[in-house]
Design a protein around this ligand. Structure first.
Ligand SMILES: [Zn+2]
Ligand SMILES: [Zn+2]
Length: 367
């Protein structure tokens, strides 16, 4: 089942000097190329720089969307990742439903960015999603890499430690975010992705200056891995982004197609590369991979689930957010008669505690 697909991976949700990021596209893509990312998806605040910046750089497919919010909203929040949009939609930032509808109309994919955020007394500012009554958003950012640190900063000493050793603090998506996602997918398919939200800002803590989560770190941290329907064409001769390149349009469609279908997982690649992970299911009436809705088997017939991990870990198969099977190692096989929404988490012991390593999109065993 997974055989017909082609795996690629990249950083999603990145900021550059076009908004409040510190690096330009060149710096960002050099960091991505150094660790072998296939693509990056840049989403600057309230600006779409697609025409000038999209294309291949150093062999990395550079895609451009935008992250739109209402600048007048107090408290701030309602950040929407708009992937695959053709025209800037910043003017709709005041109305989240109109904005979501407009992204869909352009054939783009609206994802709620860092929809649930923790905060502390030291850093009380936070930017959650407020308007949960909206409909038709395509997905959510299940794990925002940068945002998760926000809720851990209780002292300046801790902030300093975090600046130098972020990996000691990171555990995985917020449990309340996972619970919210399970609640959403009980109603309809909602695709999850992982965003790094890289800004690479430098902070002063007393006499010490430290760039927090630079581009090079983020490229090796949290990636979204996709299963594309067709192999990438690669750069087809255009020397610079912005020049016409037929390969870019094809490969852009592959990334967006996989994100549209939910054929993707979040890989915390800093723990160990998650390349090669697979999750599939099969019954007498259908079969599919993550993201697919495969219907229900005939009465009395079971569904067989199969998980392959690229290295040892604790593999959990969950239905409706509850673990139904667990194994240690590189694989899990499970047969289940219950319909429902099945997804996989793989955890791995690293730096002294369990780290969330892989979070798959669900297979929907229902009509
Ligand atoms: Zn944001
Ligand atoms: Zn952002």
């Amino acid at each position: 089942m997974s055989k017909g697909y082609h795996e690629y991976f990249g950083n999603i949700h990145m900021h550059t000097t076009h908004s409040d990021g510190v690096g330009d596209f060149e710096e960002l893509v050099q960091a991505a190329a150094a660790v072998g990312l296939n693509f990056v998806f840049v989403t600057d605040h309230n600006v779409l720089v697609r025409e000038s910046e999209e294309g291949y750089r150093h062999g990395v497919l550079t895609l451009v969307g935008e992250e739109i919010h209402d600048p007048d909203l107090q408290p701030p929040g309602n950040h929407l990742l708009c992937l695959g949009v053709e025209e800037d939609l910043t003017h709709l930032g005041k109305n989240p439903q109109q904005l979501i509808d407009a992204v869909n109309e352009q054939g783009g994919l609206p994802f709620l960015a860092h929809p649930i955020e923790r905060f502390t007394e030291l850093i009380p500012t936070h930017y959650p999603w407020h308007n949960w009554e909206v409909t038709d958003f395509h997905g959510i950012e299940l794990w925002n890499y940068m945002s998760n640190f926000r809720g851990m900063v209780n002292s300046k000493a801790q902030a300093l430690l975090m600046g130098f050793f972020p990996h000691f603090f990171t555990r995985g998506p917020l449990p309340e975010m996972l619970a919210k996602w399970d609640e959403l997918t009980a109603q309809r398919p909602v695709v999850a992705l992982g965003g790094v939200d890289v800004h690479a800002e430098t902070y002063n803590i007393g006499p010490i200056r430290r760039c927090f989560l630079p581009y090079a770190h983020c490229a090796r941290a949290l990636n979204t891995h996709i299963l594309a329907a067709e192999p990438f064409a690669g750069p087809n001769g255009a020397a610079n982004p912005g020049q016409s390149d037929p390969g870019v349009a094809h490969d852009r469609a592959q990334v967006l197609g996989a994100l549209a279908a939910g054929r993707c997982w979040l890989g915390y690649d800093l723990v160990e590369w998650t390349t090669g992970f697979r999750f599939q299911a099969e019954h007498d009436r259908g079969a599919g991979v993550m993201g697919d809705t495969i219907g229900q088997p005939s009465p009395g017939q079971p569904t067989h689930f199969s998980v392959t991990a690229p290295a040892d870990g604790t593999i959990r198969l969950l239905r409706g957010g509850k673990t139904v099977a667990e194994s240690q190692g590189r694989g899990l096989e499970h047969t289940d008669a219950e319909p429902g929404v099945y997804r996989v988490e793989v955890w791995k012991q690293r730096w002294g505690r369990p780290r969330g390593w892989i979070f798959s999109n669900p297979i929907y065993v229902r009509e």
